[in-house]
Design a protein around this ligand. Structure first.
Ligand code: ASP
Ligand code: MG
Length: 417
């Protein structure tokens, strides 16, 4: 069994959906589990639905626009499949009904419930098309397999539940090969509440399925031909990383390389399942292989820029030293609010962190202020250079005065304005 993952950009319209079959034509004999995320910018649009619903505005026009887009795509790729058209219509009705009710739950729970529809719709369209194009497959609700805790918007997987879930809920097949089409990004609590794994979480879903099934490999099909040493849209002369280790890939994605979701690598590493990052446009391109071999790890400098950072300085009101008790209290607040610390540094009286500038982070600042003196800079960027040399650092920092600088043997990191 191979696991494939198609992101939103790869299935943004009918042409994208058809291209999935083109990719599959190269794997006609393989058992496949195909993870698909929401079409194009659907998740963003559904976030607007959440906002409208929570603010008491009418969310229906937003939903109707999404319905139009999906119905047109399905009609284009699988006009004969009336069962799928009905399933799609019923799913839209369910969402309309949900937002017609007064708000009664906590926001993150509504968020997960509402945005999860995007993956359901896209997989209905893709599965219908593949069936009509001769790639017989079964549609599976990923929530039946991926059990999580109730940490809405960043749920944690219950790994121990996977095996039984697969045995109970994966369909049986008469025909060969076995193909399953399922959703990325979404899971479900034991009580049946929908959860999500965090934005861009479909890569992670693919890894979870691969882990659960002991798959031979995972392939993430992208609009770029692999992982590069820097974002080709931001830097000139970028180089393809054709073969890197899990460890290097984890470091790169941890520091913000946006090609793979940072949580994707751990489950694959645990079972030694290789990950391929390949182009869904250029099927002949080899792409990037990520596995346990580190002898290929490229030592060319890799750059990662993470914009939209808040640099927050936290000082005890009595100027007491920032010691273990303070720090553990501060870390607890970050964990409780689910705010990830991108970089941290402490001095005698201040603990400084860089975090993504999100509404949660802003709420956390208010909470911290009850106990601490808190100052922050907004509009910062975090620069990370793996395998740096002085020349690249000089070039990168030209005309910039870093607010924070940290260097280890392999990695240099800066917070700049
Ligand atoms: N559709 C979700 C998102 O856009 C998950 C994903 O694409 O990986 O964040
Ligand atoms: Mg997406």
């Amino acid at each position: 069994m191979k696991v494939f993952k198609f992101g939103g950009a790869s299935v943004k319209d009918a042409a994208g959906v058809r291209n999935v079959a083109k990719v599959l034509s190269h794997f006609a004999q393989d058992d496949l589990l195909i993870v698909v995320s929401a079409m194009g910018k659907t998740t963003n649009a559904l976030e607007e639905v959440v906002k409208a619903y929570r603010d008491g505005r009418n969310a229906k026009p937003l939903i109707l626009a999404l319905q139009g887009m999906h119905a047109v795509a399905l009609e284009e790729v699988a006009p004969e499949d009336s069962d799928s058209a009905t399933a799609l219509m019923l799913s839209f009705e369910a969402l309309k009904q949900y937002v017609a009710q007064p708000v009664q739950h906590e926001e993150d729970r509504d968020y997960d419930h509402i945005v999860s529809f995007g993956e359901v719709w896209s997989t209905l369209v893709v599965s219908a098309y593949l069936n009509s194009a001769g790639y017989a497959n079964k549609w599976v609700d990923a929530r039946k397999i991926i059990t999580t805790d109730a940490g809405h918007r960043a749920a944690n997987v219950k790994w121990e539940a996977l095996e039984v879930n697969c045995a109970t809920h994966l369909p049986s097949f008469a025909a060969q090969p076995h193909r399953i089409v399922t959703q990325g990004f979404i899971g479900q609590t034991e009580d049946g509440l929908t959860t999500t794994l965090g934005r861009e979480g479909s890569d992670f879903s693919a890894a979870i399925f691969a882990y659960a099934l002991g798959a031979e490999s995972v392939t993430i099909w992208k609009d770029v031909p692999g992982m590069f040493n820097a974002d080709p849209n931001k830097f000139p002369d970028t180089k393809l990383l054709s073969h890197i280790s899990y460890k290097e890939a984890i470091e790169l994605s941890y520091f913000g390389a946006s090609v793979i979701h940072p949580r994707t690598l751990q489950p694959l590493q645990r079972k030694g399942i290789p990950l391929y990052v390949r182009s869904f446009i250029d099927l002949a391109a080899a792409g990037t292989t990520i596995d346990h071999l580190s002898d290929h790890d490229s030592l060319v400098p890799s750059f990662i820029v993470k914009p939209g950072q808040l640099l927050i300085s936290i000082t005890p009101r009595d100027l007491s030293f920032v010691v273990e008790e303070n720090l553990s209290g501060i870390f607890k607040l970050f964990a409780a609010r689910n705010v990830r610390i991108e970089l941290m540094q402490n001095s005698a009286v201040a603990f400084t962190v860089a975090v993504d500038d999100t509404p949660r982070a802003r709420l956390l600042i208010e909470e911290l202020r009850k106990e601490y003196e808190v100052r922050y800079n907004e509009g910062c960027a975090l620069l990370t250079v793996r395998h740096f040399d002085e020349a690249t650092l000089d070039l990168l920092l030209e005309g910039r005065e870093p607010l924070i600088e940290q260097r280890s043997r392999n990695t240099a990191r800066y917070v700049v304005v």
